[in-house]
Design a protein around this ligand. Structure first.
Ligand code: SF4
Ligand code: SF4
Length: 381
């Protein structure tokens, strides 16, 4: 697969348009993906209604530039997502995507029609409930934002497609697969293989580092990337951010399933020189660092070893989002600003931290983690 990397210093509309055009051209040109009259679904990251400067969502300049190329190719545009808590209408008003949708004459929708679909051969999950609009689109163009992710280390092309899982069903999946990062990575891979986006264009002009995907710090990276293969893109970009492949759940799942080669061969980077773009000090999540464990440390024991969520009442704004999103209902409020978390039933899905607008939920490393880390040093697995 080819991954095109194009420097883009800022969100100036002309700079973004030129970088998007160049990246898409390196992938074969928009006409290769979109034919006149086709319904083209653009799927940006619209996680929450955070101000644009926090770099939580795909920048509207990227959506606009891609949308213009789609219109030029004769496509009809739908822009949609299924945010974990907020509504698309509010998020798009705050981040400017609503204005872009009007400008492009696009329908802006909230995913709310889950449809059962069979997954392709070789999937771990045989059927998935995914948004009907995405399944019925002639072409899906995936527009992720580059961010760290406290559960999956990074969110880029593959993880962005989890947005096709409709609202409340996200929690059910977190409940089902959320305790195991590799199992969750398998789910993400199956969603990606089912939706088969024609093109993925990654917004890495400004990304998020640290405690992503909602509470990290903005990080200027200055690039856009495009590829027909979101998995190839994610696996090519992760090492450039300082990620050791073995610590990236998506890499482990993809290699185990034969969807990627462990040596990265088969992926061709084209465009600008990565060494001129990527910083040496990109901050990956630390508290929730991915910690593969031996197989026998599963279930309950694993839960005692993984980081535990703790809530800071002093920062809490009482919005209730954490309790609403918690799949096993382990988090509840006993007084204003004060939540209690049942750590026995908590599945460590990191949803509460992801949705908290006040960065009031942190993860505390388990006391036994040090022992496991020492075991890892002497045990081959
Ligand atoms: S308390 Fe937080 S981490 Fe635990 S299950 Fe609930 S949402 Fe997930
Ligand atoms: S901890 Fe965060 S998400 Fe939960 S109620 Fe407080 S501010 Fe809202």
């Amino acid at each position: 697969a080819k991954v095109a990397l194009c420097a883009c210093p800022d969100y100036n509309p002309d700079n973004v348009a030129s970088a998007v055009d160049r990246a898409v051209t390196l992938c074969g040109g928009m006409e290769r993906f979109v034919r006149p009259g086709q319904r083209v679904l653009l799927k940006p990251n619209m996680l929450s209604a955070a101000p644009l400067e926090r770099r939580v969502t795909t920048d509207p300049a990227v959506v606009r530039a891609v949308g213009k190329l789609v219109l030029k190719a004769g496509g009809r545009i739908i822009i949609g997502d299924s945010p974990a808590i907020d509504k698309v209408s509010r998020i798009s008003r705050v981040n400017g995507i609503k204005e872009v949708a009007v400008e492009l004459g696009a329908d802006l929708i909230e995913f709310c029609r889950p449809t059962l679909v069979k997954t392709p051969r070789g999937s771990i999950y045989h059927a998935l409930e995914l948004e009907e609009t995405v399944l019925n689109a002639d072409v899906v163009i995936n527009l992720p934002k580059l961010k760290t992710h406290c559960m999956m280390l990074l969110t880029m092309g593959v993880k962005n497609l989890f947005g096709a899982v409709v609202g409340p069903r996200k929690s059910q999946w977190h409940m089902h697969a959320g305790t195991d990062r590799i199992m969750f990575a398998d789910l993400l891979l199956d969603i990606c293989r089912t939706l088969k986006p024609a093109l993925t264009i990654l917004d890495g002009v400004w990304g998020m580092q640290g405690r992503g995907p909602n509470n990290g710090t903005p990080c200027h990276l200055g690039f856009l990337a495009a590829s027909r293969d979101p998995l190839a893109m994610d696996l090519a970009i992760a090492p450039l951010l300082g990620v050791h492949p073995a610590s990236f759940p998506l890499y482990n799942a993809a290699v185990r399933r034969g969807l990627a080669r462990s040596d990265g061969s088969g992926t061709q980077m084209v465009g600008d020189d990565p060494s001129q773009i990527f910083p040496k000090d990109f901050q990956l999540p630390v508290l929730e660092s991915v910690m593969p464990m031996p197989g026998f440390l599963s279930g309950l024991i694993r839960r005692h070893l993984t980081s535990r969520p703790v809530q800071d009442p002093d920062l809490c704004r009482d919005c209730g989002k954490c309790a609403a999103v918690c799949p096993p209902e382990s988090l509840r409020f006993v007084a204003a600003h004060r939540a209690v978390i049942d750590h026995l039933t908590c599945i460590r899905c990191y949803c509460c931290q992801e949705v908290c607008p006040a960065d009031a939920i942190h993860f505390k490393t388990g006391a036994l983690v040090g022992i496991v880390e020492r075991l890892r040093a002497v045990m081959p697995y």
